[in-house]
Write a protein that binds this ligand. Structure first.
Ligand code: PLP
Length: 438
């Protein structure tokens, strides 16, 4: 590929910059389930952008809402002032949440949602007079973004290695048990792993633990659906010991699991629910932390005189009017076209493709799926666990299909609107590329 710009000035995030710049993968357009690259090729987007764009790219309804909003009100300071769409959107989101998750605190990203939720949990206990409830419990293989709090509670070692001290946090075991390999949907084994929370309570005392934060279905570590009964057990233990349960639904929020949230899909309601990616369909950054009425009201009741800030926390661009307009249009489409239901209906077909076509391919040690999320794990090449996923993802790109490689996994996240021939192309191309792996 020829470029008329210098590739060096842009230091790319989460990218092997040296490799990329030898062999750039430049995307210049997007429509529906397709990208166009700088060679003019059509590339099937097998990852909904980055778990972001379930409705498909270039949705006119969102484009129009965004351009009208920019023309009308391009910015509104979110501290001490507000615009109507922020209220409209918060009301809409609250109406779509389970249980009493009724109060929406906007952010710009999943990482900001993670750190916001951790601060909210600590502040809640402070306001309740439980000053020692500051400890966080995450889970191995968990991903909660890249800010210091999220990195601390996350359980992906590579994300911590170079950065020194973060917050203190402990971690539950992950649920990727060998006996669960090649499970279709939720694995049967592993609910007992939630009992590790009880062991932390014994070790530290419940009066020191503020919150447990997990993804109801792990995403970035390679699609880890929860074992049957696991989330329910965790909820029971949190209730028993007065520990807040935070679901990081940055991937599972708004349709990916064939329901509005992972909480709905798996039947367990947290105290705080974090979202981001699918909110704007990837068009504009936005995230949110949705808190229970109990948490919200505690801040409102205990924070002192009413001109005093209840939660001294916020970024300049939070609740941005253009992002709010994008989300309102996105949710309209999601609901109108009943896309979470479509995902639920088509998920069994996707599941069959994944397991029937990939399970017996060379070096595949696991296939996992739920809703419109699927992943395989590949055996390490010598002492390089990341090598084969990288080789496979590059071979797929050569054949015009984009997937994500992460750790020792290949991850797929079809658009909620993806039709069966494209699902077949996605999984079929992966099957072909796996035959060529050495
Ligand atoms: C569960 C989860 N939390 C947080 C994040 C971080 O989101 P962002 O990249 O928008 O900061 C991600 C991103 O993949 C995620 O999957």
């Amino acid at each position: 590929m020829k470029t008329d710009f210098d590739l060096n000035a842009y230091w790319m995030p989460y990218t092997g910059n040296r490799q990329f710049k030898q062999s750039p993968r430049i995307i210049t357009g997007a429509e529906g389930v397709w990208f166009t690259d700088s060679d003019g090729r059509k590339v099937l987007d097998g990852h909904s952008g980055l778990w972001t764009s379930g409705l498909g790219h270039g949705r006119q309804e969102i484009t129009q809402a965004v351009s009208e909003q920019v023309a009308n009100l391009d910015f509104c300071p979110p501290f001490q002032f507000a615009h109507p769409k922020a209220f409209e959107l918060a009301t809409k989101i609250a109406s779509l949440m389970p249980g009493d998750l009724n109060h929406v605190f906007f952010t710009n990203s999943g990482s900001e949602s993670a750190d916001t939720s951790l601060k909210m949990a600590r502040a809640y206990w402070q306001l309740k007079g439980k000053k020692h409830k500051t400890r966080f419990i995450g889970r191995h293989k968990g991903y909660h973004g890249v800010n210091f709090g999220g990195v601390a509670v996350g359980g992906i070692p590579a994300n911590k290695q170079l950065f020194g001290e973060t917050l203190e946090a402990d971690h539950l075991s992950h649920t990727m048990l060998p006996e669960n390999a090649f499970s279709r949907g939720m694995p049967e084994q592993g609910a007992y792993l939630a009992d590790e929370l009880a062991a932390f309570v014994t070790q530290y005392g419940a009066d020191t633990i503020a919150a447990v934060i997990i993804e109801p279905m792990g995403g970035s570590a390679g699609v880890l659906p929860p074992p049957v009964g696991y989330l329910r057990r965790l909820r029971e233990l949190c209730d028993e010991h007065q520990i807040l349960l935070i679901f990081d639904e940055v991937i599972t929020g708004f349709g990916r699991c064939g329901a509005m949230t992972g909480a709905d899909a798996f039947g367990v309601v947290p105290d705080i629910l974090n979202v981001a990616k699918q909110l704007t369909n990837g068009v504009i950054p936005m995230g949110a932390v949705i808190a229970s009425t109990e948490i919200h009201d505690t801040f409102m009741d205990k924070a002192g005189p009413d001109y005093v800030l209840e939660f001294a926390h916020g970024y300049t661009y939070w609740a941005h009017p253009v992002a709010c307009a994008a989300v309102l249009a996105e949710l309209n489409e999601l609901l109108d076209k009943q896309l979470p239901q479509r995902v639920a209906e088509e998920a069994p077909y996707f599941e069959s493709l994944l397991h029937d076509q990939l399970a017996d391919k060379p070096f595949v040690t696991d296939v996992r799926n739920y809703g419109f999320a699927g992943a395989i794990t590949l055996e390490a090449k010598g002492d390089e666990p990341l090598r084969r996923p990288f080789d496979v993802a590059m071979a797929m790109w050569e054949r015009g299909v984009l997937v994500r490689y992460g750790g020792d996994t290949i991850q797929m996240a079809p658009h909620f609107v993806m039709e069966r021939p494209q699902l077949e192309q996605l999984v079929g191309t992966l099957a072909e590329c796996l035959e060529q792996v050495s």
